[in-house]
Design a protein around this ligand. Structure first.
Ligand SMILES: [Zn+2]
Length: 117
C-alpha cells in the first residue's frame, strides 16, 4: 500500500508561470487539470501512485492523482534537470535547479506544461 500522505508531500504546493516581462505568477497544484473539471479542493484529489525514473539529463517523477469530482485520473509529471556545469564565463550566473511540471492524462497524453517549481 502506498501512503497517500507521503505522496501528497511529494507534490509541490505551487508552480510558477513565467509571464512575459511581468515576473512570475504562482498557481496552486491542488487542482484537477483535466478538461471540463474545475476541482480545486485538495480533499477531492487523491494521489495514489508514483513512478520515478531518470536518464542522464533529468529526473522524472510522475504522480498519479484521482479526482473525486470528475472521477478522472491525471498525472503530474515533475521533471528536474540534473545540475549543469557552471559556465566559466559568467560566474555570477547561478545554476538553476528549477523543475518543470506537466499535466498528463491517464493515457499519458500531454495536457500541457503547467510551469516551474
Ligand atoms: Zn477533476
Amino acid at each position: 500500500m502506498v501512503d497517500q500522505e507521503d505522496l501528497r508531500f511529494e507534490i509541490p504546493s505551487y508552480a510558477f508561470i513565467a509571464l512575459a516581462r511581468r515576473g512570475m505568477e504562482k498557481i496552486s497544484l491542488d487542482q484537477c487539470f483535466l478538461k471540463n473539471c474545475d476541482n480545486q479542493d485538495p480533499e477531492l484529489l487523491e494521489p495514489f501512485k508514483k513512478e520515478e525514473y531518470e536518464d542522464d539529463k533529468k529526473q522524472v517523477k510522475e504522480i498519479y492523482i484521482k479526482c473525486k469530482k470528475c472521477k478522472g485520473i491525471f498525472i503530474l509529471k515533475l521533471e528536474t534537470l540534473k545540475r549543469v556545469a557552471k559556465s566559466t564565463k559568467d560566474k555570477d550566473e547561478d545554476v538553476l535547479s528549477m523543475g518543470m511540471v506537466y499535466a498528463l492524462d491517464e493515457k499519458k497524453n500531454n495536457l500541457g506544461h503547467i510551469g516551474y517549481f
